[in-house]
Design a protein around this ligand. Structure first.
Ligand code: ASP
Length: 317
């Protein structure tokens, strides 16, 4: 059976300052365009989430790939994951220093590795043997992050040094015309984190989850809190419980938010749980199993976008 493709992306939930709004919007637009050109041409959801995330990783306004926040030692240290909703298999990588597009390596782990998660030096060795190029770590450092890091070193660590933000992880969820569902998340983690710190983003069920029976999720926010409630899996479980009540037909495609209540409610429930049980802030995007988009955040802003029923690319910050 043919499914109507669907795509949603995010560029992090945080206190996005006014001056970064346009850059976040345009980054999400370009990510949607990259993913949608694949999906609308009959391409795969896996290719689409990878293409969308690569655009966001390459854009220094987001905390992933090039331009990620720096760790305490002043280096970019990235994590990423992609998960297949049909098989529940994931490819996950963490603590990378030499990989420009961590999502590409996560995909290689998904497709070509007997394990589901590789970290650090072992992950980078796997990259070398699977045609994922390594780069000089200096090439991943953006000027603005370098300056912010130096201020943090001189002074006490302060979010004011980071253009008002602490976050900006990226994510994407897609369903293709064959009904395949993939979710993906990529991050540089939190600024001035201890070397070796891994947050929620690359952990199955925390920063990302996909199950074709219910839906797919990518989360963002303070990783140490998101891990406590296994937020992405919690959101998928809310979708699963809501599934019985879905009234939107499978061929209706991504709907407007008012026709899309269960997906929105599931997203809100998960963020509510985060706030209630951890008092932390964050956000998430999701697609239910029919492709209806949902999103929620309790931060001042979240950068996100999805493809509407008529094929237009909607973004918001
Ligand atoms: N969740 C990410 C982490 O803790 C940060 C973020 O989403 O901005 O590594």
């Amino acid at each position: 059976m043919k499914t109507k493709p669907s795509l949603i992306v995010h560029g992090g939930a945080w206190d996005i300052p006014d001056e970064a709004v346009d850059a976040c919007n345009s980054g999400c637009q370009r990510a949607l365009a990259a993913g949608w050109s694949i999906l609308s041409g009959g391409g795969s959801a896996l290719d689409a989430v990878e293409a969308a995330i690569v655009v966001l990783e390459d854009d220094p306004v987001f905390d992933a790939g090039y331009g990620s926040h720096l760790n305490l030692d002043g280096w970019v240290e990235c994590d990423a994951i992609v998960m297949d909703g049909a098989t529940l298999r994931a490819g996950s990588v963490a603590a990378l220093h030499h990989v420009r597009n961590p999502i590409r390596l996560a995909r290689k782990v998904l497709e070509q590795c007997p394990h589901m998660m590789l970290v650090g030096e072992g992950a980078e060795r796997f990259a070398t043997s699977h045609a994922v190029p390594l780069c000089d770590p200096k090439e991943l450092i953006a000027e603005s992050e370098w300056q912010a890091w130096q201020l943090c070193k001189q002074d006490e660590h302060a979010s004011a040094h980071h253009r008002g933000h602490e976050q900006g992880t990226v994510g994407a969820v897609a369903i293709d015309s064959h009904g395949a569902l993939f979710a993906a998340t990529s991050t540089g983690g939190t600024c001035c984190k201890l070397p070796g710190r891994v947050g929620d983003s690359p952990l199955i069920g925390c920063g990302c989850y996909a199950d074709s029976e219910a839906g797919g999720v990518s989360a963002t926010g303070y990783g140490e809190a998101i891990m406590k409630i296994v937020m992405a899996k919690a959101a998928v479980d809310y979708l699963r419980h809501a599934a019985a009540e879905f009234t939107v037909a499978a061929d209706a495609g991504p709907a407007s938010p008012d026709a899309n209540f269960p997906a929105l409610l599931a997203a809100r429930e998960a963020v509510h749980l985060l706030a209630k049980r951890t008092h932390a802030t964050g956000g998430l995007i999701l697609l239910d199993r029919l492709g209806n988009p949902g999103f929620a955040f309790n931060t001042p802003r979240m950068a996100y976008g999805y493809v509407a029923h008529d094929g237009s690319l909607l973004t918001s910050v």
